[in-house]
Write a protein of this length. Structure first.
Length: 397
């Protein structure tokens, strides 16, 4: 900061002005007052930072002295906020107060998924469903039905209702009695771990192993499509064995909901007393599937995979061909594995009709093959030679 005075007026400059700089056409001066003002302005930002730091340190020291009180109040406010959210949600969306006890029974009447029911398209209503599961009569529910029918939603719905009840919230249902659980185990969705070189199936088996190794008779297990990451019969075998282990092992014996497309597992209900079959109802009309999203007792007969594929937009040729193959499979009542065995049997029979060269008793053919210099033959010569030998073998036969 300075006062610029042209040469024309420099003789009029007061005596207390201090010359700072001389230019061709003017002189620049400062005064003690101007210098003091300059220092204040130039150092203002630094002084502001110092003052802020000092005030912050002072506030921090005062707050540190009241840490315990502040944390207690923060916890109380957080709990109040949580309870207020629970209350507002319960009031707005017609939740009910669940009954919690120490029993092993979970009974839910007209339960709903708290998220899905809120995001449905306008005019579409969520279909509520019941669930009753315990450790004495219905320990394991095998849930079958087509894709898009609502199996996964039903599993998640039960898990969320139990979780909400145990954290003190009202639940989306008409009535709910929840026997306390120690853990909720889930094996849903499909994911891999490429970075660790772990396939989808390996990750699925690791999660299943964790469940079987840590579940207790007070746990709730939700299994969605266990075994689908491998071949059909491997998957069925693993799914069956896991279900049987949960049923028969008294250490585990957890309440379990198992959604699957393996209809073969429905047979377990006739073998194991605490396994029950349930299905998600659908209606078939004009070669189309209508999803009712209603869970009822019994096992599903079909997966309606082709109809769902049509809805997904697969080319008509693909779906028509799939229907033909399905008809042939169902008509013969053969599984793909049985068909494969039949094909292998045909190949075996065909092989039995062929005679090994080591069974040929004509020494001339043996000698001809032994003396043959393959490295000196062109591909065409080798093919012709093979044709000659084949004719000789047939003649021997």
């Amino acid at each position: 900061y300075y006062i610029d005075v042209s040469n024309t007026h420099k003789n009029k400059v007061p005596g207390n002005y201090i010359r700072k700089q001389t230019l061709v056409n003017s002189e620049r001066y400062i005064t003690p007052e101007l210098k003091e003002y300059e220092d204040k302005i130039l150092n203002a930002h630094e002084n502001i930072l110092k003052l802020e730091s000092s005030l912050f340190d002072q506030i921090r020291k005062e707050a540190a002295a009241e840490t315990e009180t502040i944390q207690q109040n923060a916890n109380l406010i957080a709990m109040l906020d949580c309870y207020a959210s629970f209350a507002e949600t319960a009031d707005h969306y017609n939740y009910v107060r669940p009954v919690l006890d120490e029993s092993d029974e979970i009974e839910i009447r007209q339960g709903r998924h708290p998220v899905v029911e809120r995001i449905l398209p306008p005019g579409e209503k969520f279909t509520p469903n019941n669930c009753k599961i315990d450790s004495k009569e219905t320990q394991i529910i095998i849930l079958t039905g087509p894709n898009m029918a609502g199996k996964s939603v039903y599993l998640r719905q039960i898990g969320l209702i139990v979780l909400l009840a145990q954290i003190g919230s009202f639940v989306p249902a008409k009535e709910a009695k929840i026997g306390l659980v120690d853990r909720i185990f889930t094996r849903v969705g499909a994911s891999d771990n490429i970075a660790a070189g772990e396939s989808t199936f390996l990750v699925e088996m690791q999660e299943a192993a964790n469940i079987l190794n840590h579940a207790t008779d007070k746990s709730l297990i939700l299994l969605d499509e266990i075994g689908r990451g491998t071949s059909t019969f491997d998957g069925i075998s693993i799914a069956w064995a896991i279900t049987e282990y949960i049923h028969e092992n008294p250490v585990v014996a957890a309440k379990t909901l198992f959604a699957t497309h393996y209809h073969e597992l429905n047979e377990m209900a006739s073998i194991f007393p605490r396994i029950k079959n349930y299905k998600v109802e659908v209606r078939e009309y004009d070669d189309k599937v209508i999803f009712l999203h209603k869970v009822s007792a019994g096992g599903a007969d079909h997966s309606y995979g082709i109809q769902v594929a049509q809805m997904a937009g697969l080319p008509e040729f693909v779906t028509k061909r799939a229907k033909e193959i399905l008809f042939n499979l169902e008509d013969k009542e053969l599984t793909p594995y049985e068909i494969k065995k039949q094909k292998l049997a045909k190949f075996k029979n065909h092989d039995d009709m062929q005679i090994s060269m080591f069974e040929i008793k004509d020494d001339s053919i043996r000698k001809e093959i032994s003396d043959m210099h393959l490295e000196g033959l062109t591909p065409l010569e080798a093919l012709n030679k093979l044709n000659e030998l084949q004719k000789k073998v047939k003649d021997v036969k």
